[in-house]
Write a protein that binds this ligand. Structure first.
Ligand SMILES: C[S@@+](CC[C@H](N)C(=O)[O-])C[C@H]1O[C@@H](n2cnc3c(N)ncnc32)[C@H](O)[C@@H]1O
Length: 262
């Protein structure tokens, strides 16, 4: 039997709820108890619907809605860094991509979107309480997209899972690491990179960046770029015009990109 469709309800304050359009009464935290099929099915995209005392706009579940409405456990990589990593690693359709750790799948969701149906994403994660959330987010995304890559998930630490990874693929077009300790991971999987392929390391603190840098060089990779992506949001000023908004100028992580040249 086909699974019920997925849709998005956006509250006036911007909060997004990803809803499975089932024909039964469900309780969704932040919305309340309602029957999604009876309530939303006849509401066109772009139109408003009242549920209890709240007004929501019904929208298609595109990647930004799915990211805003995703379940979260481990800290996620957001679009600011995910987009740059995808561009700098040159990831696209038909690529084979290895990623660790899966965490809540924030980065994996961005990857799956650009890899399409011809790609193969291999994710690795040792903590089941994290992978249960990440895998659920990927399943929801797969139901919302018309194309989704082949997905292989491996339970374990990446440095202890090389045999399992090699049982699935011989070589990869890109590797993305977001781990507390990058060194062992880099040294264990660098040989899987095709010549010309790149690895990225997402490093919240500078000591991680330095360690990852050294490990890449010791693994025969060439550092291509290291740095951080700084984002500055603008908004409408109360007296007219637009200007940078008041608020924190936040740090997420330092990024390291290295390439296998030979
Ligand atoms: C910050 S989270 C990753 C978040 C993910 N990039 C996202 O965007 O949602 C880091 C994850 O790495 C996992 N991890 C830690 N050491 C690992 C290792 N050696 N191999 C694979 N995963 C590891 C952790 O359990 C955790 O879930």
């Amino acid at each position: 039997m086909a699974e019920p469709p997925i849709t998005a309800l956006v509250e006036e304050n911007g909060r997004v709820f990803i809803v499975e359009v089932v024909d039964e009464s469900v309780k969704i935290k932040g919305i309340g108890v309602f029957n999604p099929k009876a309530t939303i099915d006849t509401v066109e995209y772009g139109k408003e619907v009242q549920i209890g005392s709240k007004i929501f706009t019904h929208l298609p579940p595109r990647l930004p809605e799915l990211i805003l409405g995703m379940k979260r456990r481990a800290q996620t990589i957001g679009s600011k860094d995910a987009g740059v990593l995808i561009a700098r690693l040159g990831i696209g359709p038909a690529d084979v991509v290895l990623e660790a750790g899966l965490g809540s799948a924030g980065q994996s969701m961005h990857l799956a979107r650009v890899m399409g149906g011809s790609g193969h994403l291999i994710t690795v994660e040792p903590r089941e309480e994290h992978s249960s959330v990440g895998l659920e987010n990927l399943q929801t995304l797969a139901r919302a997209l018309t194309e989704f890559p082949k997905h292989s998930h491996i339970h374990g630490m990446i440095e202890s899972s090389v045999g399992e990874i090699e049982a699935v693929v011989n070589e990869v077009d890109a590797i993305l690491l977001d781990l507390p300790e990058h060194t062992a991971a880099i040294k264990s999987v660098a040989h899987l990179l095709k010549i010309g392929a790149r690895i990225s390391c997402y490093c919240p603190v500078s000591s991680q960046l330095e360690d990852a840098w050294t490990a890449c060089e010791e693994s025969g990779l060439e550092i291509e770029w290291a740095g951080e992506v700084i984002e500055r949001e603008w908004g409408k000023a109360s007296k007219g015009g637009v200007r940078p908004v008041n608020g924190p100028f936040g740090h997420t992580a330092f990024l390291l990109i290295a390439q296998r040249k030979n």
